[in-house]
Design a protein around this ligand. Structure first.
Ligand SMILES: [Zn+2]
Length: 219
């Protein structure tokens, strides 16, 4: 009986060492973490009333619930702080609520700078911010656009063009701004030296799967 007990302890220690010190073990732990995060998403996803009390909450009720959830979350973070990382990826994504950058990256660790912009349109200040991120060690800039984008649809609709001229102008400039970023001296130097990759990817809004960007015929 006593021997069996020792075998159990030895197996647990071996598992601990495997998870802590081998690549396979760490990948397994990362996958297990992802599975648990998804289990959490599933638990919350089907709850439709924002504050669980009203089908149609008022702005005050929404705000109250928002603050309550923030304080709950902050209290948990206070007990279990997150590890500070040097981001290696800068991710540019539209502000569409269906896009979740943790899901796009498949990673909850803080290895990502995230720029959320209407229609993923950069202006010179965002280009400078991205360059600053590159200066701070970012190795890959992932610029994304996505299917069923409200900003793109507004730009394609005459009534939308009349009503939101600034948004439309920005969407029309998107490809030019991307090229402008690529041609900034530091960005050109880093990409030329193989120290930086800049990629434009298209996201499927439903699955968040990324594919290399292709110009669409409609625009
Ligand atoms: Zn969008």
């Amino acid at each position: 009986m006593r021997k069996k007990w020792w075998w159990g302890i030895a197996a647990l220690v071996a598992l601990g060492l495997f998870v802590s010190y081998t690549r396979w073990g760490q990948e397994l732990e990362f996958l297990a973490g992802g599975a648990l995060v998804n289990a959490g998403y599933r638990l919350q996803d089907r709850l439709s009333a924002y504050d669980f009390a009203h089908e149609e909450a008022t702005p005050e009720q929404v705000y109250e619930e928002f603050l309550h959830q923030n304080h709950l979350s902050a209290a948990v973070r206070n007990i279990f702080p997150r590890t500070v990382r040097h981001p290696v990826v800068a991710l540019v994504a539209c502000m569409d609520a269906r896009l979740d950058t943790n899901e796009i990256a498949g990673d909850t660790r803080h290895y990502y700078y995230v720029l959320r912009l209407a229609g993923s349109v950069m202006s010179p200040k965002e280009e400078e911010m991205l360059e600053l991120a590159v200066d701070h060690g970012v190795k890959v800039v992932v610029f994304t656009t996505h299917s069923d984008c409200a900003a793109e649809k507004t730009a394609a609709d005459p009534a939308g063009r009349a009503r939101f001229p600034n948004l439309v102008k920005a969407v029309d400039e998107r490809a030019m701004r991307f090229q402008e970023f690529l041609h900034r001296p530091l960005i050109r130097e880093r990409t030329g030296q193989g120290k930086l990759l800049v990629k434009w990817l298209d996201l499927d809004t439903e699955t968040e799967r990324a594919e290399p960007h292709r110009e669409r015929a409609s625009r």
